[in-house]
Design a protein around this ligand. Structure first.
Ligand SMILES: CC(=O)SCCNC(=O)CCNC(=O)[C@H](O)C(C)(C)COP(=O)(O)OP(=O)(O)OC[C@H]1O[C@@H](n2cnc3c(N)ncnc32)[C@H](O)[C@@H]1OP(=O)(O)O
Ligand SMILES: O=C([O-])CC(=O)C(=O)O
Length: 376
């Protein structure tokens, strides 16, 4: 292997390609999408504007936004065949599994599967952005034995999602906090799921296959699945009075505490202050301040004992809980948002592609003869 480059485990610190989509800056704890500070996007823009920005490189003007949202709203419905497939899912299936299968089915229905021209890929992206929330909500209601609620073209993505899940649109404070979470979750350079979508795309496979792979990668608790584990942990702690001891005990037992740590950020995640602000708003809006009190003690203890800071999943988990979502819906909600980053990366990879195929250093058995079956 001497003439080869030996990358560190987990490719830590390795730059594998260029991207013009987002810039993660751990030295200043900041993040930009296409050059715009993510905090500014949260305060100024809707999730739909950010979705347009992600795949087009520029913020839309009014006419461009209307054309984009009109198309997205037109594409929200899923076919009767897909509804029938969802109707066969085990009622207790995890929504990330039902979503992965739902996206796969969308790929089977799309006759343009092998057409990956920029225009077709843009259209497929808008279809995924529009239909992923419908699949999540339909699977949720199927799991509960409830009738499905059709998408409503008069609503934003966030409003329509709440309506399809619960049959009503919550207060504007809740919608704003949800929209902010979608903006913050939208994109984060070469994270594991995005890298997975780029690896799949690099073989010239199709967008649906890449997104299904991205969903599989995001599901893991070391990545997007952490937002669910955070809420399980906070509920296990149960009371603020237990929080410090719970954390000290976890650290003493060398547990990986979900919602803390990050491969790139070492002194805090750029997105946490904004999300935390909106999670606190949810706590005062719902009166469920207890969850934030527990979270704050867990955070203070982790930071003072280990110097490890929370990542975005830490404030996002309790925010979704206080909005009324069941815990296993949290990572699918992440997908509703990250579809924007994934598809931007899929299109970027496609536009300047070389198959991603690293080497491995073999450490298995030395070369040997096959023993015939009767002699084994
Ligand atoms: C949206 C997102 O995907 S954000 C990430 C969500 N994931 C989580 O919250 C899961 C919990 N966190 C982790 O498992 C890790 O911090 C990861 C996966 C995010 C990053 O992994 P890595 O970059 O490989 O971190 P690494 O293992 O180098 O951590 C450095 C040290 O901090 C410790 N550490 C890191 N995160 C944690 C944690 N959450 N709890 C306890 N200790 C931790 C490690 O054990 C390690 O200690 P050591 O040097 O004594 O062995
Ligand atoms: O960047 C990462 O490794 C994980 C992350 O925060 C994200 O995907 O949002």
């Amino acid at each position: 292997m001497s003439d080869k480059i030996i990358a560190p485990k987990g490719l830590a610190g390795v730059i594998t390609d260029d991207t013009a989509i987002s810039k993660v800056m751990p030295e200043s704890n900041s993040l930009t999408y296409r050059g715009y500070r993510v905090q500014d996007l949260c305060e100024t823009c809707s999730f739909e504007e950010v979705a347009f920005l992600m795949v087009n490189g520029e913020l839309p003007n009014r006419t461009e936004l209307k054309a984009f949202t009109d198309k997205e709203r037109d594409y929200r419905r899923i076919s009767d065949d897909l509804k029938a497939v969802i109707g066969k899912f085990p009622k207790d299936a995890h929504p990330m599994d039902t979503l992965r299968t739902g996206v796969s089915f969308l790929g089977m229905e799309d006759k343009r599967i092998w057409d990956d021209s920029p225009a077709t890929n843009m259209d497929k992206f808008i279809g995924l952005l529009a239909r992923i929330p419908t699949i999540i909500a339909a699977s949720y209601r199927h799991g509960k034995g409830l009738d499905l609620i059709d998408p409503d073209k008069n609503m934003t993505i966030s409003e329509n999602f709440f309506n399809m899940c619960f049959g009503k649109v919550p207060a504007k404070e809740v919608i704003k906090a949800f929209d902010v979470s979608l903006i913050l979750y939208a994109e984060h350079s070469f994270n594991a799921s995005t890298f997975a979508t780029r690896v799949i795309t690099s073989t010239t496979s199709d967008m649906y296959s890449a997104v299904a792979g991205g969903i599989g990668a995001l599901k893991g608790p070391l990545h997007g699945g952490a937002n669910e584990q955070v809420m399980h942990m906070i509920k296990e702690v149960a009371e603020p009075a237990n929080a410090k001891e719970w954390m000290l005990d976890a650290l003493a037992n060398k547990k990986k505490v979900m919602g803390f740590g990050h491969r790139v950020y070492r002194s805090g995640d750029s997105r946490v202050p904004t999300m935390k602000k909106y999670t606190e708003k949810m706590a005062s809006f719902t009166g469920e301040e207890k969850w934030m009190e527990i979270a704050n003690i867990l955070e203070e203890t982790m930071v003072s004992e280990k110097g490890i800071y929370p990542n975005l999943d830490f404030p996002a988990g309790p925010a979704y809980y206080m909005m009324g979502f069941e815990i296993d819906m949290f990572t699918p909600i992440f997908v509703m948002s990250r579809i924007t980053g994934w598809c931007a990366h899929i299109m970027e990879q496609r536009a300047d592609n070389r198959i991603i195929r690293p080497l491995s250093a073999y450490i298995g058995s030395a070369e040997r003869d096959v023993t015939p079956m009767e002699k084994r």
